[in-house]
Design a protein around this ligand. Structure first.
Ligand SMILES: [Zn+2]
Length: 350
């Protein structure tokens, strides 16, 4: 089983993140990737370079005008008088304020402050010189893993960093710029007509849900912390079940603060059963380790043992599987959980 990663993904290392009204050091650091590499190599995964498969797979998910923003935001921001060190938004549009443009059309605003407000959903996506190259490389890592599965690999691990599941078609948020799991799903789609994306990060994957919400060929299922007082706040509720052709192809299982291994396991069992009844012929796991009780963002009481148990659960599904790295912010918990999960997954998957 291959582990895809390339050093360009380390080039994103911003210094600012706003939480609870304070600018603090970001949690989503390059150390996470180096910790994951060591933990996963010790399970026996083989490092592989992703290569560059071009922009076309990314543009199946993301709007071209959004990619153009990500690519030039830092340079344009640096032209401002008295600019700060990184791009951060200080205006927050209500997207319904003008009916002059379609949902996915580019904004009419051309200045970098307005564009930053339009495309940046929150204050966790500070953008520096290395951000776009790292996000692009992270998406290429997802594409390479998907291509490995397309070529016949039973499973692959894409160590995507920065992560992706909060990224919308035309908006970054929650440390995420490009939706790696969604891009991978589009790469797999020509061979696998029914794809299940299961997301066990402790945050709901609002970007992934939105991208596939009206699609009947991609199931999105998530277990996460109840968003009513937790990020991403505005999505992740149990009554969000899809729309149009996608009705019934979306399943949210929010857990209350303090939920333990038994509750986490039961929700993962339900997601597994739903993927099976959906008729999935390939599986993408949005793998976050931040439900772990030792994670600085966690409100749950999940232990390392639960990750071994869900690794076995998803391995036993026996589907061609791509594991896509999402969150997880305690380095010891990330190492322990990813190791336990991947070892159990491999043993069960064969
Ligand atoms: Zn998370």
């Amino acid at each position: 089983m291959k582990l895809f990663f390339t050093a360009t993904q380390l080039a994103h290392s911003p210094k600012q993140y706003m939480v609870h009204g304070r600018i603090v050091d970001p949690f989503e650091t390059p150390d996470r990737a180096t910790t994951l590499i060591a933990a996963l190599e010790s399970v026996g995964l083989e490092r592989a370079e992703p290569g560059d498969h071009g922009r076309a797979p990314i543009l199946k998910v993301h709007a071209g005008h959004y990619i153009a923003f990500l690519e030039e935001a830092y340079a344009r921001f640096m032209e401002l008088p008295n600019h700060g060190p990184e791009v951060l938004p200080n205006v927050h549009p209500y997207r319904g304020a003008s009916l002059a443009y379609a949902d996915r059309g580019p904004p009419r605003v051309t200045g970098i402050i307005g564009r930053a407000g339009w495309y940046m959903g929150d204050m966790s996506c500070a953008t520096m010189e290395g951000t776009f190259p790292a996000a692009y490389a992270s998406a290429q890592t997802a594409i390479a893993g998907a291509r490995d599965v397309l070529a016949g690999a039973a499973a692959a691990f894409s160590l995507c960093r920065p992560p992706g599941h909060h990224a919308y078609a035309d908006r970054c948020s929650g440390f995420c710029y490009l939706n790696n799991a969604a891009v991978a799903a589009e790469v797999l789609a020509p061979k696998f007509p029914r794809i299940a994306i299961i997301d066990f990060d402790t945050h709901h994957g609002d970007g992934t849900q939105a991208i596939f919400y009206a699609r009947g060929d991609v199931f999105y299922g998530s277990v996460h912390t109840d968003p009513s007082a937790y990020y991403p706040h505005f999505a992740g509720y149990a009554d969000e079940t899809g729309t149009g052709a996608g009705e019934g192809a979306n399943m949210n299982l929010p857990l209350p603060f303090g939920a333990d291994d038994a509750a986490f396991m039961a929700a993962n069992v339900r997601l597994c059963e739903r993927a099976r009844s959906f008729g999935a012929d390939a599986l993408i796991l949005s793998a976050g380790w931040d439900a772990h009780r030792d994670d600085p963002l966690s409100k749950l009481a999940v232990t390392t043992d639960a990750y071994a148990r869900i690794g076995e659960l998803y391995g036993r599904l026996g589907l061609p599987t791509l594991i896509v790295q999402e969150g997880g912010y305690s380095l010891p918990a990330v190492a322990a959980a990813s190791h336990a999960f991947t070892r159990a997954f491999r043993n069960a998957h064969g």
